[in-house]
Design a binder for this molecule. Structure first.
Ligand SMILES: [Zn+2]
Length: 841
């Protein structure tokens, strides 16, 4: 998902984790399970990661690839669902064919009932905390959400769980609902290699997304029509895997989900005039679409720009007529090898489509075709028809290049319900839209482009590279945000990317209320910065600064391809990136993913050395110069004037009063001459070497080791960049000395001149130190009015209002229609209040 900036019930839960809970952590030292290196009183940043990674086995190798015994389960679904528009309910029945590819006998199966999040006594609601201070001003929306959360029941009502396909009268199966999970007990254990067919029937009430935020629901549009975005709506098989067994960690609303791949056959029945779109391919276009619409889709396949399948005028008309013909229509969809199924329905949709082709070396034709599509109400115009489908196509082109070609036939962006965005296979919800007058600010425009790229990008991570979102948010959000950054930068010059640039992460990196990236999704602090921005920036730095583009891109592509349509774990990523790049990155994963250390390198001192050839005459001259240059103390200066005893008693002088200890002796000169005569040519050349040896002290105050990038400026004005790998810190992670030999004199040193390492404090990055330029703003102290002044102003205001009211009353006599001013004010306040959040992501 992509988080919107607005507040909601979902975010109130997140407020549980205040800074105080983790206040004891030091921001600069390791907080993870990393033993200190007692010798230096510091964490050993280069300690082998193998001691905390799971032991490799036949399922997952030490190289990070799936092992020769790798297995994963599979679940195929056949679902019939009816959407009741008036009641806002869903009624469904499904057949699940569960394939046990594991080597284990399974006595029971676990399913997810995500909608149980919306029961008043859900674990999520009972454990929700905050806001800290209820006395603060609350928006109408926020209050509405709090009240709705207390009473709304949108949980699953399970009507039946039975053996065999749906509708065939199989015997009931015992089941137990545990909050958002359901255990189905099998009559006898499911053997390895066998499959099991059973069916579930259910119904539930959909949430109004303006009252109860979430990843699913319906948005009431102002003209009374609804826009349905339906997700996490059917009982879905939990993952059973080699890493954690049954993944039935409860749903609290934030950690998304882990799901098995499978084929879907879904029939959606709803009022006849709704436009439906979904994961998969429509099987009965002749029944669902008009001939015109089908012709337009055909044109869109090869057109140079997106083509309207439903125009604005057609959608306006449908919104007015509202299924006047009555009746329902059933849309039949099939999807192959997907981990979930979501759909959308509304008569308010404008629909555009555009064919896109990317190279695909694995395909017979050498390319892959995708129909990119966007569905949105007229409230989204003119923004959406200009950018949404273009952003889908752009995402597919860029992501396919860095990972593997997009494998599905459709990629669909839908306006709806979440504020930010939310992803499902082939289809995603995106929130940004223009103002009511059709204007928009730059932020909204780029938010739309970015969120569409992001949500479509989730097809790769985690829909296809099928990681466990409920445990590891970074594995999909971090990797996806990283690719999103690359795609944004290929959209236009200086695209205003929110996340990915090293400089933008420094404030978070310095902050104290944070936990390592390797923290369970529900316990993350500063969610967006931790799970999206930090891993995305880390990968960007790994690519640009640590490995270089060529090595990184090869390794990242290897990971993507190895785990395509499989379940990777964090270690599989860490290991593959090392395996394919040939670089030991344990220090990088440890520092960026297992600790809250930050980057703060500095250059503290620079000394220059030259060869002392041992020539006594040269030594005499040098030392005399140095002695003369030495400053005299204040006492010395004042004492010079004092009369000295030795002047009155010359007999006090002896040998040492005239002895010159600096003067080269004849013996020294002779010895030196003999020394030179004894040297061979090479030794003579080394002795005459006039190179300068610069000893540079480097400090690491943040604890996170990083490459040392130096810009040297020489006395002649020329510059040189020196790039020292991070392994320079491998024996001492706090202070090291680097010696550089140069013919030319160094005048200036700058550390990290291109701002590529996320160094949080640049004040120690320059030698000689430079004055750091900053600005402060001046404010005039706001003058508070005293109570007498306020009373006088109020009187004046009253008089003005009274006059206005009298005038209005006179005018009103001539008119019949009236308006309730209180209600209007309320409406205005609501319109101005931030919309419910429901952070997508
Ligand atoms: Zn996301």
């Amino acid at each position: 998902m992509t988080r919107s900036l607005l507040l909601s019930a979902a975010v109130l839960w997140a407020a549980a984790f205040g800074p105080s809970a983790f206040g004891q952590l030091s921001p600069t030292k390791d907080n993870g399970p990393i033993p200190d290196n007692a010798k230096y009183g510091q964490a050993d940043s280069f300690r082998e990661l193998t001691e905390i990674l799971p032991t490799p086995n036949d399922y997952r190798t030490a190289s990070g690839a799936p092992g020769h015994e790798y297995w994963q389960q599979r679940a195929d679904y056949d679902i019939a669902v009816t959407l009741n528009e008036e009641e806002h309910t869903l009624t469904g029945a499904e057949t699940i064919v569960y394939h046990n590819h594991s080597p284990d006998r399974l006595e029971y199966l676990w399913l997810q009932l995500d909608a149980n999040l919306f029961t008043p006594d859900s674990l999520a609601r009972r454990t929700a905390t905050g806001p800290d201070d209820l006395s603060e001003d609350m928006t109408f929306d926020a209050l509405k959400q709090m009240l709705a959360a207390e009473t709304f029941d949108g949980g699953f009502k399970i009507d039946k769980v039975a053996v065999g396909p749906r509708g065939q009268g199989g015997a009931d199966l015992p089941y137990t609902v545990v909050d958002t999970m359901m255990r189905v007990d099998l009559p006898k254990p499911l053997e390895p290699g066998a499959n099991y067919t059973f069916n579930v029937a259910w119904h539930f009430t959909l949430n109004n997304s303006e009252e109860i935020g979430g990843r699913t629901g319906y948005e009431p549009l102002e003209d009374g029509n609804d826009l349905f975005c339906i997700a996490q709506w059917f009982p879905r098989m939990c993952v059973y895997g080699d890493a954690v067994g049954w993944q039935h960690k409860q749903y609290y609303g934030r950690g998304e989900f882990a799901l098995e791949l499978g084929d879907y056959d879904v029939t959606i029945t709803c009022p006849a005039d709704l436009v439906v779109s979904a994961t998969g391919v429509l099987q009965n276009p002749a029944q669902c679409l008009t001939q015109t619409q089908r012709d337009r889709l055909e044109t869109a396949k090869t057109s140079k720009a997106p083509v309207f399948i439903v125009t604005r005028a057609e959608s306006d008309e449908a919104r007015k007529t509202r299924n006047e013909g009555g009746g329902t229509k059933s849309w039949h969809w099939k999807a192959e090898n997907v981990r979930d199924f979501a759909f959308t329905a509304s008569r308010a949709f404008i629909w555009d489509a555009w064919g896109n082709t990317v190279p695909d070396e694995d395909a017979k034709s050498g390319e892959h075709f995708t129909m990119c599509q966007s569905l949105y109400p007229s409230e989204c115009e003119p923004l959406w028809s200009q950018y949404s489908t273009q952003a889908i196509a752009h995402c597919i082109e860029v992501y396919s290049k860095f990972t593997f070609p997009y494998p599905y036939p459709n990629a669909i962006s839908v306006y709806g319900v979440v504020g930010g965005g939310m992803e499902y296979p082939m289809i995603c919800w995106n929130g940004p839209k223009p103002e009511e007058d059709g204007t928009y600010d730059a932020r909204t425009k780029y938010f739309l482009i970015s969120v569409v790229i992001h949500e479509v990008g989730h097809n790769w991570f985690p829909m296809i590279v099928n990681s466990d979102e409920r445990r590891w948010t970074w594995m999909d959000e971090g990797l996806n945000t990283f690719l999103q950054y690359l795609a944004e930068q290929e959209w236009e010059d200086e695209y205003p990317s929110r996340r990915g640039r090293p400089e933008d992460i420094t404030t978070f990196m310095k902050s104290t209320n944070q936990v390592p990236i390797m923290t369970n999704s529900e316990s993350l602090l500063q969610f967006g910065a931790n799970a999206y921005a930090k891993p995305a920036t880390a990968l960007n730095i790994l690519r640009e600064t640590v490995l270089g583009r060529e090595l990184f891109d090869k390794a990242f592509k290897t990971y993507s391809r190895r785990w395509k349509f499989k379940h990777p774990e964090p270690a599989d990523f860490f290991r593959t990136m090392e395996d394919a790049s040939g670089r030991d990155l344990d220090w990088f994963w440890r520092g960026w993913f297992y600790t809250t250390s930050h980057v703060d390198l500095g250059v503290s001192n620079l000394r220059v050395y030259t060869v002392d050839a041992g020539d006594p005459v040269e030594k005499e001259n040098r030392e005399r110069t140095e002695e003369e240059a030495e400053p005299k103390t204040l006492s010395d200066l004042r004492n010079e004037e004092l009369p000295k005893r030795i002047d009155s008693f010359p007999e006090l002088e002896d040998f040492y009063n005239s002895y010159d200890e600096l003067k080269a002796t004849k013996k020294q000169i002779k010895t030196y001459k003999e020394f030179l005569e004894g040297l061979n040519e090479e030794q003579l050349r080394l002795l005459k070497n006039d190179a300068k040896f610069y000893a540079m002290d480097l400090t690491n105050d943040g604890g996170l080791p990083m490459p040392v990038i130096l810009k040297l400026t020489y006395a002649d004005g020329s510059t040189e960049e020196v790039r020292i790998p991070a392994e320079i810190w491998r024996a001492n992670n706090q202070k090291v000395t680097k010696v550089l030999m140069r013919k030319k004199a160094i005048e200036k040193v700058e550390l990290d001149p291109n701002r590529e390492t996320a160094d949080v404090d640049r004040s120690d990055n320059m030698l000689p130190r430079e004055i750091v330029e900053s600005r402060f703003k001046l404010f005039k102290k706001k003058s508070d009015k005293n109570p007498m002044q306020e009373a006088r102003e109020a009187e004046a205001e009253d008089a003005k209002e009274k006059a206005a009211a009298e005038k209005a009353a006179a005018e009103k006599a001539a008119k019949t229609d009236t308006e309730d001013p209180e209600e209007a004010a309320e409406e205005k306040a609501e319109a101005e209040a931030p919309r419910s959040e429901a952070s997508g992501d």
